[in-house]
Design a protein around this ligand. Sequence first.
Ligand code: NAD
Length: 247
Amino acid sequence: MMPLKDKIALVTGAARGIGQAIAWQLASQGADLALCDVQAEWLEDTAAQAKALGRRVESYALDVVNAAAVTEIVARIVADFGRLDVLVNNAGITRDTLLVRMTEEDWDAVLDINLKGAFLVTKAVAKQMMKQRSGAIVNIASVVGLTGNAGQANYTASKAGLMALTKTAAKELGGRNIRVNAVAPGFIRTAMTDKLAEPVKAAMLKLVPLGRPGEPEEVAQAVAFLASDAASYVNGQTLAVCGGMVG
Ligand code: NAD
C-alpha cells in the first residue's frame, strides 16, 4: 500500500529522532521528500535511506526561526518539486529547568523554535497549499502540553500553544481543503530523552500503562495516517501517541 504515492512532503527537524523516522515512514508510503534541518550536514543519513526506498529526496539547511530563510527555502522547495502536499512541523528543542531558575533566554529559545518556527513554516507553506486547494499539515506537539510537567514551563507552554495553533489553522484553512492536525507523543526513545537522568526516565515510565517507551517509528505511523487521504475527514485534532500515559 502506498497511501502517499507521489505526494511531496516537507519535514522540519528531519536529521534524527522522530523527524527522521517520519521522513522514512512517509517515503516508505510513497512520498517524495524535502528534508529540512538546522544541522543540514546531519541530513545525509535520512536522505540516503529515503532515496534507497526509490523516492526523490532533496535536503535544505533551514533554521525554522529565521523568517526570511523560511520564505526563501519554501519557495525553493516549490520551485524544485512543483507543489507541496504535506508539511510536518517536527523541529523542537528542550531547555529544562524549574520555573524559578529558568532564564529569559531558555524561555525564548524554546518558544521560538517550537512555536514561532511552526507558525512561520505553516504560514509560508499554507500560501502554496491554498493555491493548490489541498494539503495536510501535522504538528508534533507533546502530551506534556496537555498535562504540564515540572521543569518544562517553556516546553509545555510551547506545545500547548502548538495544539491551539493547530485548531486555529484547521478552522482558517479547512475551507481550502487543507487539514491541520497534531500528534502528541509521550515518552519516546530519542536523543532528546536519552539525556534525561535515569530516575526521571524511571518515573516517566511508571506513568505509561504499556510499560515501555515509544519508538520514533510508532509516532511516524500516526503522522503518516494524518498526512494521508485515509484521514480525509480528520481536522483540528490532536492524536496522543503515548502508550496510554494521557487518557
Ligand atoms: P531530537 O533532538 O532528536 O531531534 C530534533 C531535530 O530538530 C534535530 O535534528 C535538530 O537539529 C532539529 N532542530 C532543532 N532546532 C531546529 C531549528 N531551529 N530549525 C530546524 N531544525 C531544528 O528530538 P526528537 O525527540 O526527535 O523530537 C522531535 C519532535 O518531537 C520535537 O518537536 C519534540 O518536542 C517532539 N517530542 C519528542 C518527544 C520524545 O519523547 N522524544 C516527546 C514528545 C514530543
